[in-house]
Design a binder for this molecule. Structure first.
Ligand code: GDP
Ligand code: MG
Length: 162
């Protein structure tokens, strides 16, 4: 069984886009519509030194029900099998209340956490990272998944944890 890396975060932050970059497929539905990718979705990432499974947790968007649909149970399902959780955030939207809520659930699971600060294209990377540093997670990686940027930096952080 390959180690699993779970992509978790609010709807529309770019989880499926990142999944596609990591797995080099278009299987995960990338769409502006939040909550479109409802089920957990797996792919293999071959970009690093050894392969690992990536799970795109689109279902965490709770079928558009927002915070109410975001149950601890759903987070548990996505995360418990993972060796590493990449908590994906949106630098354009900035740090939101739902980010903090999801992170609170993730912290209960006790898995290694990396914050992937996505959509940094056109933004000052350091400013973006600084905003999300307030979450208190030591490892933050700037990403622009739609442009395939930041993946090497992400792999550098993920691989030692697998
Ligand atoms: P998910 O709901 O978290 O899976 O988010 P998606 O991957 O479906 O992406 C939501 C929207 O954000 C889509 O319109 C993507 O094209 C866009 N997006 C994803 N990554 C980036 C990025 O790095 N930069 C910008 N500007 N947009 C992005
Ligand atoms: Mg998605």
């Amino acid at each position: 069984m390959l180690p699993v890396v779970a992509l978790v975060g609010r709807p529309n932050v770019g989880k499926s886009t990142l999944f596609n970059v990591l797995t080099r497929t278009r299987d995960a539905l990338v769409h502006d519509q939040p909550g479109l990718t409802r089920d957990r979705h797996y792919g293999i990432c071959h970009l690093g030194k050894r392969p690992f499974l990536v799970v795109d947790t689109g279902g965490l968007s709770g079928d558009g029900e927002g915070i109410d649909g975001l149950t601890a149970k759903q987070v548990q399902l996505a995360v418990d099998e993972a060796a590493v959780v990449v908590f994906v955030t949106d630098a354009r939207a900035g740090l939101m209340a739902l980010d903090r809520e999801i992170l609170a659930e993730l912290r209960k699971r006790g898995k290694p956490l990396i914050v992937g600060v996505n959509k940094t294209d056109g933004l000052d990377e350091m400013n973006s990272l600084a905003e999300f540093a307030a979450l208190g997670i030591g490892t933050l990686v700037p990403l622009a998944a739609a442009h395939g940027r930041g993946v090497d930096g992400l792999l550098d952080e993920v691989e030692p944890l697998l």
